[in-house]
Design a protein around this ligand. Structure first.
Ligand code: BG6
Length: 495
């Protein structure tokens, strides 16, 4: 992997560049990007001087000093620096450019400004264009950057796009066509922040560096796989976006499908970015298109969570009172390939569930013959491997042992590994991805064909009006979701 713990302990080398952010006065910049850039600047090794200069762009008519004050306070609020440290940091590298209406002249002026900053600071012409914009504003911004002749610079140029990448296959294809009109695929970095999580990257090491697991990783030994991304949070302050998207688009098509492809992919020929992504795409190509029988959608109503009463989805601020947007999805998928034929993958995600938990549970088959006294094999727990991605990153292997004593009595026990015990706190996913972006390693970014293949799986169910089940906040989702594993004699690990 590009950023294994070993490599991260040495300071990654990064070329000096200009980091241009569109949407620089927005929430993403304040909450995530600025704090992550502040940390990244400390962890990468510049040749000399600041490794990047930061040019914030947005419509607002701010001057440099007002933008710098905003930027400094975002860094202070993130608890990363004192006001004096943050002020000095931004003074050394942050500037602002008001984009006005974003017409061709505005972008020509932007180009002149970029060249002036590069000249002033002796930057070699390497550029990142980071689109921290609402999805609807992305195509116009990409066209404007391209038409202003900024898609190719004197050094390298990289374009960063945040999810959502379209709302269905057709819109994702349109977006990809727009990006490719101006940028080659190798210059495009699509961010799915789940790929920056240490434990998600570790799935590749765990599977392919351990003969023990890889040798049992197939339909011969595995009965079914569960992938759960449970959140306690509700819709928070993103009502407008979320009510138009829903859990299937917001979480399943991106994060859960990434976890699915990393769990199911074949061994790549190397750790090269395209070798890894080729295998992920091949896994997705094997996934059967989802039909309505394999899907349950739900929406939370009021309930008790964390000792408090919380409102139902339709009572949340900014949500339509008759909204039919799902806040919960459970689904059953199959992969049509030699490794996974017949093995169901159960995926679920929801807001306002009892706890925040992201995990992959691999359920192994039960022994074919049972000669122990006591319960029959259908009643004992089968071996499971639980990979916990958050909050307690690590894994746990459950197995049967004999209880000490004269009788043969079985009991389930667990071996566990916790990242926090071995390594302390883990790096933020955003920082990991930013370092890889600055190093020019696209392995942990989503390729155009991955996005399209993921939309293909969910196409037919996205076109149907959702049949919504209600669930109370603080529960594990609609009871109907039990049907998906139950029809095959299984059940969700937590319910
Ligand atoms: C985002 C979704 O991509 O991921 C949010 O848009 C969701 O709705 C978030 O809350 C979850 O991320 P994490 O890292 O907290 O699991």
């Amino acid at each position: 992997m590009p950023s294994g713990p070993g490599e991260r302990s040495v300071r990654p080398r990064v070329d000096r560049h200009l980091f241009v952010v569109f949407g620089a006065t927005g929430d993403l910049m304040r909450r995530k990007l600025l704090p992550a850039l502040y940390e990244v600047a400390r962890t990468v090794a510049p040749d000399r001087g600041p490794v990047f200069h930061l040019l914030g762009c947005a419509r607002a008519r701010l001057d440099d000093s007002r933008f710098r004050r905003q930027a400094a306070s975002a860094i202070v609020r993130a608890g990363l620096a004192t006001p004096a440290e943050a002020t000095a940091w931004v003074a050394a590298r942050v500037e602002y450019h008001a984009l006005g209406d974003g017409g061709p002249d505005d972008y020509r002026r932007l180009r002149t400004r970029i060249e002036a900053i590069e000249g002033e600071h002796g930057l070699p012409g390497n550029r990142v264009f980071y689109l921290a914009l609402p999805a609807g504003a992305v195509p116009a911004a990409v066209d404007s950057v391209g038409d202003a002749g900024l898609a190719e610079g004197p050094g390298w140029t990289r374009l960063v796009v945040e999810k959502p990448f379209g709302t269905d296959l057709a819109s994702a294809e349109r977006l990809n066509r727009c990006l490719h009109r101006h940028f080659p695929e190798r210059a495009i970095y699509r961010i799915d922040h789940y790929l920056g999580k240490e434990t998600v990257q570790n799935l590749i090491v765990f599977r392919f560096a351990n003969m023990l697991f890889e040798s049992v990783w197939s339909r011969d030994r595995i009965s079914h796989v569960e992938i759960t991304v449970a959140e306690q949070l509700g819709v928070e302050d993103r009502a407008r976006y979320y009510d138009g998207a829903g859990a299937l688009r917001d979480m399943v098509q991106s994060h859960l499908t990434q976890l699915l492809s990393l769990t199911a992919m074949e061994v790549p020929s190397s750790l090269d970015a395209d070798a890894v992504r080729n295998e992920k795409v091949k896994a997705l190509q094997a996934v059967e298109t989802l039909g309505p029988d394999g899907l349950v959608r739900g929406q939370y109503g009021a309930g008790r969570l964390g000792g408090k009463t919380v409102r139902g989805y339709r009572e949340e601020e900014g949500i339509r009172r008759d909204s039919s947007t799902e806040t919960y999805v459970a689904l059953r998928l199959y992969l049509n390939n030699w490794r996974w034929q017949g093995v169901p993958f159960f995926l679920r995600t929801g807001k306002r569930l009892p706890e925040k938990r992201t995990e992959i549970v691999v359920h192994f088959r039960r022994p074919p013959v049972w000669f122990f006294p006591g319960p029959s094999p259908r009643e004992i727990s089968a071996n499971t491997l639980t990979v916990t991605l958050q909050p307690r990153e690590g894994f746990e292997l459950a197995f049967e042992i004999k209880r000490p004593g004269h009788a043969i009595e079985l009991e389930t026990h667990r071996l566990h590994f916790l990242y926090s015990e071995a390594f302390g706190p883990l790096a933020d996913a955003y920082q990991t991805l930013l370092v890889d972006l600055l190093r020019g390693d696209p392995t942990l970014f989503v390729r155009a064909d991955e996005v399209e293949e993921a939309w293909r799986i969910y196409g037919p169910v996205l076109r149907r009006p959702p049949r919504l089940r209600r669930y109370a906040a603080g529960t594990w989702g609609p009871t109907d979701a039990r049907r998906l594993p139950a029809e095959l004699g299984h059940q969700w690990s937590s319910d």
